[in-house]
Design a protein around this ligand. Structure first.
Ligand SMILES: Cc1cc2nc3c(=O)[nH]c(=O)nc-3n(C[C@H](O)[C@H](O)[C@H](O)COP(=O)(O)OP(=O)(O)OC[C@H]3O[C@@H](n4cnc5c(N)ncnc54)[C@H](O)[C@@H]3O)c2cc1C
Length: 303
């Protein structure tokens, strides 16, 4: 967890960001986690995944937008993405970040932007999942979610197991039949609000996962952790929970072997497919998650 905080801190330094985003040698590494820079890249990847029995959630990369026009451009992009997914015969699900839709500018502006995307998804028979960002946004993200979820059941949310508050949040979300994607959490958070140890996060994940499997509405278990996935499968079997009542989700480019294996075993598998030019923060979170990624990256730099 300490490594994660350090990597994210170093990555946020302007000279480091400049070096990585301008350096062509890093492109290959970025391509491992990002489908490409254009919507066509994302659709191509989605078609490949669908042909292998997987569903997708498309994410137009970006966050921390502080300019109204830019936030509106993001809405425009999602209004283009949703009908194109439907036309291409693909599963019509997108993932959005509220700071990309103007949460740092004004709450109502952000909520209206989200509502336009959710309405468009509804028209296309699609679904919108709100990603969860760092803890300074958790409450505001949930507030916006609850207001819109009352009117739009095709809106879902993400909960991070590392936050102490998540147990209560999940109970309320189960109570209003919201679809929850459960992840461990990707940001550097202080021990005052989040479990500092990996073992504690894993234990919290298992607890919340069991609750969602028993009582949740179409829960999405977003993890590449094979031992947690094994436990989820055993728990579902022991409690007669059909594989159709939940899904596993993984990130594009991570544990493709496990993705294929789960599909072959008859489980629903959704892959989060990010695309766009604003890949830097997403990429650094993926580096920070795993020391091996970082070593690979440093070897590249030294060469
Ligand atoms: C579909 C999806 C949506 C997500 N949405 C959010 C969100 O909205 N908010 C948020 O905070 N986080 C989000 N995350 C990220 C999540 O919080 C974790 O940071 C990330 O999934 C790594 O945790 P893990 O559960 O895979 O377990 P870990 O214990 O971190 O990893 C288990 C194993 O998975 C593999 N692995 C994991 N990460 C990597 C990597 N980066 N590179 C290579 N191999 C890796 C390794 O084999 C590792 O041993 C999402 C994750 C997924 C899958």
């Amino acid at each position: 967890m300490l490594t994660r905080a350090l990597v994210l801190k170093i990555a946020s330094l302007p000279p480091v960001r400049h070096l990585i985003t301008r350096g062509r040698p890093f492109r290959k590494l970025v391509d491992r986690f990002v489908a490409g820079e254009t919507l066509q890249d994302a659709i191509r990847v989605a078609q490949q995944l669908q042909s292998r029995g997987m569903k997708v959630s498309i994410d137009y990369l970006g966050e921390s937008v502080r300019d109204r026009q830019m936030a509106e451009a993001v809405v425009g992009e999602y209004l283009r993405v949703l009908p194109m997914l439907a036309q291409a015969g693909l599963d019509t699900q997108v993932s959005v970040k509220l700071t990309q839709l103007g949460l740092d500018i004004e709450t109502d502006f952000c909520r209206n932007n989200l509502e336009r995307i959710v309405q468009c998804a509804q028209g296309a028979g699609g679904f919108v999942r709100i990603d969860m960002e760092s803890s300074q946004y958790t409450q505001r993200t949930l507030d916006i979610f609850y207001i819109l979820h009352d009117r739009y059941p095709n809106l879902g949310i993400v909960i991070q197991a590392y936050l102490y508050r998540s147990e209560e949040d999940i109970e309320r979300l189960i109570g209003c039949k919201a679809s929850v994607r459960l992840c461990k959490g990707a940001y550097a958070e202080p021990a005052s609000i989040a479990y500092p140890k990996r073992s504690q996060v894993n234990a919290a994940y298992r607890r919340l996962m069991q609750k969602l499997l028993l009582y949740g509405n179409a829960p999405a278990l977003a993890t590449h952790d094979e031992s947690i996935i094994r436990d989820a499968i055993a728990f579902a079997q022991d409690n007669n929970i059909s594989p159709q009542r939940f899904e596993f989700e993984m990130l594009y480019g991570i544990r493709r072997d496990l993705q294929e294996k789960l599909v072959a075993q008859g489980y629903q598998m959704r892959v989060y497919v990010p695309y766009g030019e604003a890949w830097y923060p997403y990429f650094t979170r993926r580096l920070a998650e795993r020391p091996a990624n970082l070593l690979f990256f440093l070897r590249h730099v030294l060469r």
